[in-house]
Design a protein. Structure first.
Length: 410
């Protein structure tokens, strides 16, 4: 490798550049640390989902996600980070910056996505016995200026990855052009967010199902103050055709449960508070809940869900993949913020439907509480959720095996 003219030339040029020390917002998390480099901004949501899955399957694991540029809090990728996930901006490829980055984070394993390889960083990580995997490789990730100018750089880096996965046959061909054998490249689906199956209390699920036997239910999750009247008007409209319909309403943001409860009473709905330990009876029309731990419960019992924060700007909406993973058909407004990619996937598959006002919402609820209608959308949602499951499982197996091996060595 040292004899490669292109790689030697690149490393010489990198040493002449400015050695900007990386900026670290905090210490390295204790315990095992998986490092995922998200070289493609559009894949961030999927990468974050992949990180969550690794954390949930391995106690004590933390995940560092590095990006060329950190996402803006107000942008599509902004919002609250999952527990155990740390974001950082990737260091420059100057040897001093690389050393500072790896000394600070000391990752136990690295998953590199898309392309845009950083030679010094990859070489140094490999030299430190950090297992490397390349996933979701794309032609665009290997057609940059560096690859065209010094084609043997990638040719010397790619063998350092223990597994290489390309998201299309064209990407696989590009990697073989750069020197990998055909048997060394695995063609997979594109990396996609898959949604988490949120748990629930099984006793509550059985008791609620018994209390609501024979009744249709819809769930309005994450409803903002500006959306409350739309939701209640839609419920009143739907009640005209489905007299026993139950609305489960979960306020969020600037809408408190107390305010929602009072508005329901003012409009003469028969309303009950779930968090007070009550189960709905035959006369209950609206059930109000606040506890986020019960979201999974209500997605399971409601064949259709309206996801709030989507009719007004500035809230970013609710993750629709969580609802789809639990078999609930999805209704949403046009302001879905950072979850736009996920909503678009579900809508294209027929698992989600956009609405703009109370009349459209009421009509959609009336239609979708019919079991056959909701089942069709739920099945489409499950297809979206499961589309990338095999790839995620394959990556998870590689990561788990690599971390197990690292434990033995240490």
């Amino acid at each position: 490798m040292a004899g490669s003219f292109g790689l030697s030339a690149y490393r010489a040029l990198a040493r002449r550049g400015e050695a900007r020390p990386p900026v670290f917002d905090g210490p390295r998390p204790e315990g095992e640390l998986l490092w995922i480099h998200c070289a493609e901004a559009a894949a961030f949501i999927a990468v974050q989902d992949l990180a969550q899955r690794q954390i949930s399957s391995r106690p004590g694991l933390s995940v560092l996600i590095s990006l060329p540029t950190l996402p803006r809090e107000s942008g599509p990728e902004g919002g609250v980070r999952p527990v155990g996930v740390v974001l950082t901006e990737i260091c420059t490829d100057h040897p001093a910056s690389v050393a500072a980055f790896l000394n600070h984070w000391a990752p136990d394993c690295c998953v590199w996505t898309w392309g845009g390889l950083r030679p010094n960083l990859i070489l140094e990580a490999s030299a430190r016995a950090c297992p490397l995997f390349l996933i979701n490789a794309d032609t665009a990730g290997f057609d940059g200026r560096r690859e065209r100018w010094l084609p043997d750089v990638a040719r010397n880096l790619l063998p350092l990855f223990s597994a290489v996965m390309a998201r299309s046959p064209a990407a696989a061909r590009r990697l073989t052009q750069l020197g990998l054998g055909k048997s060394d490249v695995e063609v997979t689906t594109d990396l996609q967010a898959g949604g988490q199956a949120i748990p629930c209390n099984e006793t509550d699920l059985a008791d609620l199902a018994a209390a609501c036997v024979g009744r249709s239910i819809w769930f309005a999750n994450g409803v903002q103050q500006e959306e409350l009247q739309t939701v209640l008007a839609a419920h009143r409209q739907a009640l005209r055709l489905s007299h026993r319909l139950l609305l489960v309403l979960r306020p969020s943001g600037n809408l408190t449960p107390q305010e929602a409860f009072e508005q329901c009473r003012v409009q003469e709905f028969r309303v009950l508070g779930w968090d007070d330990g009550n189960y709905p009876d035959e006369t209950t029309q609206v059930l109000i809940t606040e506890d986020p731990r019960d979201i999974g419960l209500f997605y399971r019992v409601a064949p259709v869900s309206f996801l709030g924060g989507s009719l007004v700007a500035g809230h970013g909406g609710v993750d629709p993949l969580e609802a789809a993973a639990l078999g609930s058909a999805i209704l949403y407004g046009p302001r879905v913020g950072r979850h736009l990619q996920s909503y678009s996937r579900l809508a294209a598959a027929g698992a989600a439907r956009i609405i703009n006002d109370s009349a459209a919402l009421g009509m959609a609820v009336t239609r979708l509480v019919a079991p056959d209608q909701a089942a069709t959308m739920a099945h489409a949602g499950w297809d979206v959720i499961s589309a990338g499951a095999s790839l995620t499982d394959r990556i998870s197996d590689l990561v788990q095996d690599a971390l197990d091996a690292q434990q033995v060595l240490n």
